[in-house]
Design a protein around this ligand. Structure first.
Ligand SMILES: *Cc1c(COP(=O)(O)O)cnc(C)c1O
Length: 384
């Protein structure tokens, strides 16, 4: 059992905050945010085009080692468009994991498709390749170059794993299975900017990867997201579709399909550029915080979730601890939040939500185990 009073004291000591609320994850603005925002306003290019959009896209391409990066309004829109580009259509099905943030599953339904929820690995908390392989062997049927789900007759049009808290899931194995079956792979890497497996960035393994720059992520543009891909054709189409599918012309308006207004405004990109310049510093500060937690938690029986072997560089986005059982977790959540140290449970599994309760799923031994026990603890990139 964690000694909760000592836990609160240790967290307050480490953060040097004897009173007041310690947030779960607050953004930090110590770089060139203000000069870039002022410059953006002075330029009058605050909206749909501008040099900051171009700049952040090329920086993200370089950082993730991908050929194309297309910035959009948020991470959810990035997944929605990524699925559409790889061919997800009305009536299709997309395989994802039950343990995720709701946006992953919503983005499937925005395309008129239905999610299938598979179990996760206990260490990575991301999609289990064994669960994927077993599901496809049991229900998958290759017919006319498609993979159909034997139990519903629908086409399985994509696989969408998520890299939980910045830990990479077993993405290479998942990729191998997807390639064998000929199913496109889209990675929800919303939480994983700055995480790598052997120099290869999260989000760069599948056909398309997506990141989020929401206020709680490792860097923020206020609201924003990006798609990354090594496929030039997807890159060009992503830009086109997210900018109302307008044919380039000096003054005529001609659109040849129903596109989206999903582009990231230049003013958000200005904020993002300043944040990007501090990404490595944030990672280092968060690593230091994690190390302080390791050093102080052994004495109070609090079990930090370790970095899985899949992740050779972690972004340290959100630190979590594992409680003994649901009863201990519930007490821990109540008393820490009451004591001003913000903690949050991991998400409820998607099939517990009313709109996804009818969806197909496998046995969720690991997801249900984690759902009852994992709690996030304060993880901001403060100078501690
Ligand atoms: C944050 C997040 C998203 C969505 O990002 P937004 O920018 O908030 O739309 C999607 N998936 C996961 C796993 C996330 O954590």
């Amino acid at each position: 059992m964690v000694n909760i009073n000592r836990f609160i004291k240790v967290v307050r000591d480490i953060h040097r905050r004897p009173s007041g609320i310690i947030p779960l994850h607050a953004p930090v603005f110590h770089g060139k945010e203000k000069p870039y925002l002022l410059d953006c306003i002075d330029s009058t290019f605050v909206s749909s085009v501008g040099k900051y959009v171009d700049k952040v896209e090329s920086i993200i391409e370089e950082y993730t080692g991908t050929k194309r990066a297309i910035s959009v309004v948020n991470g959810t829109a990035a997944i929605q468009v990524a699925l559409r580009l790889v061919g997800v259509k009305n009536g299709d099905e997309v395989i994802t994991q039950a343990l995720t943030f709701v946006a992953t599953a919503n983005s499937i339904v925005y395309n008129g498709a239905q999610p299938i929820f598979l179990d996760v690995d206990r260490d990575t908390m991301g999609m289990s390749p064994i669960a994927l392989e077993n599901f496809l062997l049991e229900y998958g049927e290759k017919r006319d170059g498609k993979v159909l789900n034997k139990s519903t007759g629908a086409r399985i049009a994509a696989v969408l794993p998520m890299h939980t808290f910045g830990f990479l899931c077993r993405i290479e194995e998942i990729k191998r299975i997807c390639d064998e079956w000929g199913i496109p792979l889209v990675e929800d890497a919303a939480e994983a900017l700055g995480s790598f497996k052997d120099e290869k960035s999260a989000g760069s393994f599948g056909q398309i990867g997506t990141f989020s720059f929401n206020g709680n992520k490792i860097i923020t543009s206020g609201g924003g997201g990006v798609l990354v891909t090594n496929n030039e054709d997807y890159g060009t189409k992503a830009k086109y579709l997210t900018t109302t599918a307008k044919k380039p012309h000096a003054y005529e308006y001609f659109h040849d399909q129903v596109g989206y207004n999903f582009r990231m405004p230049n003013i958000n990109a200005a904020l993002l550029l300043a944040q990007f310049e501090q990404l490595e510093k944030y990672r280092a500060l968060k690593e230091r915080l994690y190390t302080s937690y390791i050093n102080r938690f052994s004495g109070i029986d609090a079990h930090l979730v370790p970095i899985p072997e899949t992740t050779t560089q972690w972004n340290y986005w959100l630190t979590s601890i594992r409680l003994e059982d649901k009863a201990e977790r519930d007490t821990f959540l109540r008393e820490t939040n009451y004591g001003g140290v913000m903690t949050r449970p991991i998400w409820q599994l998607m099939y517990r939500l009313p709109m996804f309760s009818h969806c197909q799923k496998d046995e969720q031994l690991n997801a249900e185990f984690l759902e009852e026990r994992i709690v996030n603890i304060p993880s901001s990139a403060y100078e501690i």
